[in-house]
Design a protein around this ligand. Sequence first.
Ligand code: G3P
Length: 218
Amino acid sequence: MKFFVDTADVAVIKELAATGLLDGVTTNPSLVAKVGRDFKTVIREICEVVPGPVSAEVAATDYEGMVAEGRVLAGIAKNVCIKVPLTWDGLRACRTLTAEGHMVNVTLCFSANQALLAAKAGATFVSPFIGRLDDIGLDGMELIREIRVIYDNYPELTTEILAASIRTVNHVKQAAMVGADVATIPPAVLQALVKHPLTDIGLRQFVADWEKTGQKIL
Ligand code: G3P
């Protein structure tokens, strides 16, 4: 499973990239607004830090506008993945941009049929939003399960399932269990994945016992 981080904060991305576990980055207009910096500069900086796909979302909602903006974003760096919304215009733009050789992430996916359309439009990634479905009392993980079944039924559909709107460490575990190809994870959740109280207790004990031996490895 690939790990992407869901943020536009370059300093945080640098810190997480140092773990060697980061396969890519996703941003969206809300995350860009949160950092309050120039969008294209931020995307350029992120692409220099992380060699994997970096999703940058178009602002236009019409086909021509999305294609034009997508081309500009793709020109920033080779690893830019153009993000378009799951609308008819977005799907058309996806088809055009992937035919030109660009990576495309079709976002705001809330149903299995939408994911089927994204795959048929040649999307590199589809982003089902788990947390936002949970927010309205539905089961976000069930959507990932359904998309997995559909994509596995048709091997010619090569779109990767990018589990998005992840809010908890359990979302990450469940997405991995049901076969999401990628999880895009908020920094705090990514950092929390390593935590376990028994690891901390066990390590403290090992360090104390090692000191008692009086030995050194180096
Ligand atoms: O990048 C899109 C997605 O991850 C947003 O998550 O928490 O705003 O629903 P959230």
